[in-house]
Ligand binder design. Structure first.
Ligand SMILES: NC(=O)c1ccc[n+]([C@@H]2O[C@H](COP(=O)([O-])OP(=O)(O)OC[C@H]3O[C@@H](n4cnc5c(N)ncnc54)[C@H](OP(=O)(O)O)[C@@H]3O)[C@@H](O)[C@H]2O)c1
Length: 270
């Protein structure tokens, strides 16, 4: 596994997403067995960064993740857990309550990385960071970050965070290069902020992309692995693909160690 090293941390280039673990917007308890199997398999295969949110399955993704981690017997310090506060909970007391609820569902006494999931029009970002900074000083949260922030909001967040802002989590993939066009990626790279790429796999794009499929065939890997390798070869970029399928999970993890040559990269210039 390759890592990003910054601020005395080593974060794996490829972590594990949990959107649809335990349900989607609502908890779907009928899917628990499938979700628990997927999480156990991810842990056994060596994923150490897990990305979740209070919004995922209305908190049930956090419950299942916590359950599997506790049962694994792994040391808490061996894992890196990201969770997120929802945009409707950005008031001072709301953030503190959301964090307590996430900690209770996870069964943990701290969260490694806590993000504002989405900005909200009219939000008081200074007030939100007053609460987030307090969570860090109280030891409930180790690092702060944001998600879906444009460049202007990201700069504001950096200025308001008492500790170094660790990440902006945004959609980034071969077909979605918004963060390149809007300057967010360059800003992150210039300021040692991780860009966590979500939705990196995009099945429909992959199915329709003949050059990508041909390159994967030549290399003896899958197109999804090429898509992930393209992301994580970029400085300060990490990603968090999600899969219920143990074979896909293993392939995704292995993609972190793949190299792409300059001539192969020509396929992906835009
Ligand atoms: N901050 C935000 O607003 C935000 C938004 C979206 C997502 N996220 C986070 O990012 C994570 C990843 O994004 P995502 O879940 O939207 O999309 P994703 O990981 O790009 O795609 C997931 C889909 O791709 C398939 N897949 C994954 N690896 C594969 C492989 N090697 N071969 C074939 N198919 C593969 C999975 O199917 P199988 O199960 O069949 O493998 C699943 O249907 C989420 O789980 C969540 O933690 C954050």
């Amino acid at each position: 596994m390759r890592y990003e090293s910054l601020h005395n941390l080593r974060i794996p280039k490829i972590g594990f997403g949990t959107w649809t673990i335990g349900g989607k917007i609502c908890a779907d308890y009928a899917q628990d067995a499938r979700s628990l199997t997927a999480l156990r398999s991810a842990l056994e295969q060596g994923y150490t960064h897990f990305d979740t949110a209070e919004a995922y399955a209305a908190g049930h993704a956090e419950e299942l993740l916590g359950r599997v981690i506790r049962a694994s017997g792994l040391r808490r310090e061996a894992l890196f857990v990201t969770s997120k506060v929802s945009p409707e909970h950005l008031g001072y007391e709301d953030i503190r309550r959301s964090c307590e609820n996430s900690l209770r569902r996870l069964g943990m006494d701290y969260i490694d990385l806590y993000l504002i999931h989405w900005p909200r029009r009219g939000m008081n970002l200074a007030e939100a960071f007053r609460a987030l900074n307090k969570l860090v000083t109280d030891g409930k949260v180790r690092h702060l970050g944001v998600s879906n922030f444009n460049l202007k909001l990201l700069e504001e967040a950096v200025a308001l965070s008492d500790t170094t802002l660790l990440t902006n989590q945004v959609s980034y993939s071969l077909p979605d290069r918004t963060c390149v066009k809007n300057g967010v990626l360059a800003y992150c790279q210039e300021n040692d902020i991780l860009l966590t790429a979500y939705s990196p796999v995009k099945p429909r794009f992959i199915r329709g992309n003949k050059p990508l499929q041909a390159l994967a065939k030549r290399r003896g890997v899958t197109p999804q692995q090429i898509a992930l390798a393209w992301l994580v070869r970029q400085p300060r970029v990490i990603t968090i693909p999600m899969s219920f399928n143990p074979q896909h999970q293993a392939e995704n993890l292995a993609a972190a160690d793949m190299d792409l040559t300059e001539s192969e990269l020509i396929h992906f210039e835009k």
